[in-house]
Design a protein around this ligand. Sequence first.
Ligand code: ADP
Ligand code: MG
Length: 544
Amino acid sequence: MNKIRILPENIISKISAGEVVERPASVVKELIENSIDAGAKSISVYVRNFGIAEIKVIDDGEGIPSEDVVLAFQRHATSKIKEESDLQKISSLGFRGEALYSISNVSKTKITTQYKDENTGTEVYITGGKLVSKKPVVTKGTTVEVKDLFFNTPVRKKFLKSPYTETAHIIETFQNYCLAYPEISFCLFVDEKEVFNISPAKTLYDRIAQVFGLDFAKKLKFKTVSKESYKLELFIGLEELLRKTRTKQIIFVNRRPVKDPSIVNTLYKAFNIKEDHPQFFIYINLPPEDVDFNVHPTKKEVRFRKPKLVHELIFKMAEPSSKLSVIAEHPNQWRINRDLSSINQPSFFHTEPLFSKEETFQFLNLGDSIVIIQMDDGIIFLDFHAAHERVNFEKILDKMNKKILRLTFPNVINLTPNDYIVIKENLKIINELGIEAEDFGENCIVVRAIPEIVKYANTAELIESIAETLKEETVKPDFVDIKRKIAATLACHSSLKANKKINYLEIKALLKELEKTSDPYHCPHGRPIKKFISIEEIKKWFLR
Ligand code: ADP
Ligand code: MG
């Protein structure tokens, strides 16, 4: 039995080439995809030491014929496409025959597999791309064990992020396939601990609930629309699921998790989203010939052949009358008001005047967060949201505002497994910044106190954005750097909301506070805060 073949040159030249194995999560992705393509009904993933020590994926799929097993590890060896025209209508997750080859080149890989129609299976061991042994075995499905990842490419190992970030990526990757394939049962063990054990689900909704909890799923709104052979299904979390940072925004195209900023943009437009970010899962299903997955080496990006139709359908989903109620019911509304009412309180701003008593100034609110202030010698454009962030950032960082608010009831926050790992690893720094939190086990942490400055923020949301910030960590964690990042996130949660008008007293106090900071020109995220245009410059515009 022979199913796998090396792709001919004319197809290879059409395949977008590039590194498939960037990090441990890429191995998890490729192995899970292979199991799904093999028709597995059950997939188990075991990870040790953030995937560097071991990644093992066990499936009950159709297996690999014995005469193909060694071949499967060659470059461009695949059973999934045969002709050039197959590239135009890809219905499997894999098709380039790169994964097993690339993975086995940078690790010690063992595969144990038996093809469904054969009586014996095969075990093959390859290290650093070299075949070490091959022997017959009896088994079912396929097990791939990848040990000592990057043992022979120390540079690549050095570029990995912190262990908790890599683990979070692995969990996220795993979750994405759980969300795309509800009919498959999945389990994940990280360092011998069971993180997920999910039985088959009847619907996408049930699967979302299995992965993120029923409480979360219940808050999602569901929309679906179809036209011709296109079908879109959207689960969107607005209202209390709106977040300061982009979390859980997952796009599936023909059940493949992808990144597509244009889809995200269209969703924001269609649902009239301005400030906070919704959480959503959008499942786009269309004929395989209408989408090109061959544009990126890891197939993260896609090209639609009828992008207009896809975007039109997204708008259609937002159309029904429910749209208005969604936005109008925005529960943050009252929180915004409370935020503003507190501005005049001394805890938020010192009220010593920046200008002497007699001195006054004219100002104009412009757009959502900009105010134009008239000065003697010109005008200042001030992004007051950014200004407030800067002021609070320094307060948090320097503990100038040492006031800690004890919560009447400790708040137990149930996190997703990846957020939990990230938060648990950084509890010390989080505590230092005034959030009194402890590990509570079972993906939960308990928060007992928060800095006064974020008293109006939703604690769970705050912790989630800290996790999100930490996951973006680019290098091995540097204590000072992490602390600054968390402080910036906290500042963001304590700041004035955009799209609210600011009044005279508030502007005055804010400018005064801003002058005391180390950088009155940039918010903690590096965005500009204010811009001054002198009368002289303005006069020049008019050739005076
Ligand atoms: P691709 O998935 O692009 O074909 P891979 O290198 O991932 O390339 O795999 C090569 C081939 O090995 C696949 O085409 C498939 O025939 C076979 N294979 C890999 N993993 C499995 C598995 N878990 N079960 C059955 N067959 C597999
Ligand atoms: Mg593959």
